[in-house]
Design a protein around this ligand. Structure first.
Ligand code: GLP
Length: 240
């Protein structure tokens, strides 16, 4: 695993955006895997500001990692809303090329199978960007006793609900379940770029990179992939 330690958030965001631009420059119909959260915000801003000088998203397809169950696209806390506002409405991507798990599907089991099959038939993802939760979760794959391979519904841990409550009016309004790509889905991407900043990610980063591969530390699964770049700041790197 390649580990790049940068001095500041701007440099992390720039390098991540460069990976994305390079991928789309080489392949104008690239398939991208995209995350949410606060960490990729800087990368998305650079993409909005600079994409016209670098590439077009006309033929690009995107798959988001995850979504809260029960929140639809009009809900400001849904990842669908986030993606539209933070990125998609500012670039020339076609609506029909955007895929995000449907958190309000009538039958969630069916939605999981549908989403997994979409990734399989339209993919593989050429590049997948990831953040990491303070407990080591990737996408919404929480610490568990086994690896969930494919897209599935997951019960969020108290740790994740607390960490993500800053985006909601109250901790009670954070959904208790989510739909997420599974571990094999994530590992099926040709290239993975993980971003992390801050002291509160340091333990998760150290365990993911140097610890044993275990479903108790979901990020550790990245050790099984042969093309991962981790872009982090000094705070997140402090136990490496
Ligand atoms: C959420 C998302 C993850 C993301 C994590 C970290 O739980 N489901 O995909 O990696 O948050 O978010 P942040 O970047 O805000 O720390």
């Amino acid at each position: 695993m390649e580990v790049v330690i940068k001095d500041n958030y701007q440099e992390i965001s720039q390098l991540a955006a460069n990976y994305l631009f390079d991928t789309v420059k080489k392949k104008n119909d690239a398939v991208l895997g995209l995350p949410t959260g606060s960490t990729p915000l800087g990368m998305y801003q650079i993409i909005i500001d600079k994409y016209k000088d670098n590439c077009s998203f006309q033929n690009v397809r995107t798959f988001n990692l995850d979504e809260y169950v029960g929140l639809d696209k009009t809900n400001k806390c849904s990842y669908c809303y986030y993606m539209e506002n933070i990125l998609f409405s500012h670039i020339d991507i076609k609506e029909e090329n955007i895929y995000i798990p449907n958190g309000v599907a009538e039958n969630m089991e069916e939605e999981c199978r549908y989403y997994e099959n979409l990734i399989r038939s339209r993919g593989p993802m050429d590049i997948l960007f990831l953040g990491i939760g303070p407990n080591g979760h990737i996408g919404f794959n929480e610490p568990n006793y086994y690896f969930e391979p494919y897209t599935h519904v997951v019960k969020l841990t108290d740790n994740t609900i607390a960490a993500n409550s800053r985006f909601f009016d109250s901790i009670e309004s954070v959904p208790k379940t989510a739909i997420t790509m599974g571990m094999k889905t994530i590992l099926s991407a040709k290239k993975i770029v993980m971003l992390a900043t801050g002291h509160n990610k340091a333990e998760a980063i150290a365990k993911s990179i140097k610890g044993k591969v275990t479903p108790q530390v979901p990020g550790s699964v990245l050790q099984l992939h042969n093309n991962v770049t981790l872009i982090i700041d000094k705070d997140a790197a402090k136990y490496l």
